[in-house]
Design a protein around this ligand. Structure first.
Ligand code: ATP
Ligand code: MG
Length: 296
């Protein structure tokens, strides 16, 4: 186990994100490899609060469908460091960039694992809130796991805040948090509302999964035409009012049914995680579906 941050040797940079860098590191004593996410928090109290919040959530999670967080360190320089399970094959974002499109069989395996991860999180009253390709990571076995709880919230906390504190003083910048999550994968009800959480929050994760699943088959972000300039207003309009779902002609009936249910604009009519796990698109996948097709 990693007891001291100075025992970790930085090897390479795995990626950059919103306010942080992820390194591949070696734990000198055990010779194990980890991913180290370093968030610089000196600049912003919002990020500091958010990261501390992320740490509290991460420490409680233990599932084969969620990227494991082994330890959290706070440095005197004001950084927060998360020691995570190293996911050797990077993210679904990287995988899509190289392979462009994935087969339905592979996508089915991805959908199954993300749904199982969401089932676990939702069971703990946690909304992920930022399901998107760069937050779905792939390990050496080709298994997909959910990562990155930077904008997640515990529903109960939100409820408590709503009940006991209507002046919103201690809500660390609802708008700022909303801007940081990627708008493209946000559900209509989330785009529509300044705050999130409450009963509709869980359904928002399902919407995001629907966007990801369709993107995997279409080969590009699916809610606006390919090559269109990603203008924020156009994006919001497409999410909230766009009627046309660009479904490839080759898409199977099972795929169509699954995606339509995820991308139901009225969250009350949207499929729940439990319901979607029982859809033929998910149950009919072949046992090998999560391996080869993802590997770059
Ligand atoms: P955002 O800041 O909005 O979450 P992001 O997901 O791209 O954007 P990070 O979460 O900081 O940003 O991750 C950056 C990249 O680092 C990821 O896209 C992924 O390629 C890589 N990465 C993150 N965590 C791990 C990990 N545990 N193992 C391997 N690679 C990782
Ligand atoms: Mg991320």
């Amino acid at each position: 186990d990693v007891e001291n941050i100075s025992d970790l040797k930085k090897l390479t940079v795995l990626g950059h994100g919103n306010g942080g860098i992820v390194y591949k590191v070696r734990h000198q004593k055990s010779n194990s490899i980890y991913a180290l996410k370093v968030l610089n928090t000196t600049s912003s109290t919002i990020i500091r609060h958010q990261a501390a919040h992320e740490a509290e959530i991460l420490k409680r999670l233990d599932s084969q469908f969620i990227v494991k967080c082994h330890a959290v360190f706070y440095t005197i320089e004001g950084e927060i460091c998360f020691v995570m399970e190293h996911m050797e094959r990077g993210s679904l974002f990287d995988s899509l960039r190289v392979r462009k499109k994935l087969s339905e069989d592979v996508i089915s395996g991805v959908a199954y694992r993300v749904l199982k991860g969401l089932q676990y999180l939702h069971g703990m009253q946690i909304i992920h809130g930022d399901i998107k390709p760069s937050n779905l990571l792939i390990n050496g076995k080709g298994e997909v796991k959910i990562a990155d709880f930077g904008v997640s919230r515990i529903v109960e906390e939100t409820r408590n805040n709503n009940n006991h504190n209507n002046n919103n003083n201690n809500n660390i910048g609802e708008a700022a948090i909303a801007c940081m999550g990627t708008c493209a994968y946000m559900s209509p009800e989330r785009v529509d509302s300044e705050r999130w959480g409450g009963d509709y929050g869980f359904a928002g994760d399902v919407w995001s999964l629907g966007v990801v699943v369709l993107e995997c088959l279409v080969g590009h972000y699916p809610l606006i035409g390919f090559g269109e300039k990603p203008d924020l207003m156009a994006l919001i309009c497409a999410i909230c009012f766009g009627e046309r779902l660009e479904m490839p002609e080759t898409a199977s009936p099972e795929f169509r049914r699954f995606v339509r249910s995820c991308l139901e604009k009225d969250w009350r009519k949207r499929g729940t995680v439990e319901e979607l796990l029982a859809y033929p698109f998910v149950t009919k996948r072949s046992s090998s579906s999560n391996i080869e097709g993802l590997i770059i």
